[in-house]
Write a new protein. Structure first.
Length: 162
């Protein structure tokens, strides 16, 4: 998942893209296949450690998170619990970066490894994201044929296939 802030860094710092341009390109580049439904098995990184090793990457992750949370707050101004649950930064366990959350926030498409896995992912692990961004999560099998999931329109899944 560190390729996400790395691409943003390259586009902004090396190629002089604006933040908005870099964000848009990065969202178009990445898609994410989730392989586990167990939240405890998802990769997280301590903020302190990441800040010491890759401070610019952490800064970009915080900027992405801030942008995402501001978008959610506009839609749900009184739901601070939602912001806490969907934040890329987990404040409840010693400040950790939730790498899967970063991937979900950035990726233009997110899917599981099978239709059943994707459905369970939509219903449990990423339920909050699906409620707010239903077109982002869908299933494509290994032949890359789209199969729409609950809450995802068939046309959106077909348009996103490729």
């Amino acid at each position: 998942m560190l390729s996400i802030p790395e691409l943003m860094r390259l586009l902004i710092d090396e190629h002089k893209f604006s933040w908005d341009e870099a964000f848009e390109v990065t969202c178009q580049v990445f898609s994410y296949t989730n392989h586990t439904l167990m939240s405890e098995a998802l990769e997280t990184w301590p903020v302190d450690m990441l800040g010491k090793i890759l401070p610019r990457h952490l800064q970009i992750i915080f900027e992405i998170n801030d942008y995402f949370l501001k978008t959610l707050q506009e839609q749900y101004p009184n739901d601070t619990a939602l912001l806490s649950r969907t934040s890329i930064i987990d404040e409840s366990n010693g400040r950790r970066v939730r790498m899967a959350w970063l991937a979900v926030v950035i990726s233009h498409k997110v899917n599981g490894v099978s239709e059943l896995h994707s459905r369970l992912m939509v219903e449990s692990l990423f339920a909050e994201f699906c409620a707010d961004f239903p077109d982002a999560l869908h299933q494509r099998d290994q032949r890359r044929n789209p199969a729409p999931l609950a809450g995802v329109g068939e046309s959106a899944a077909v348009e996103g296939a490729g």
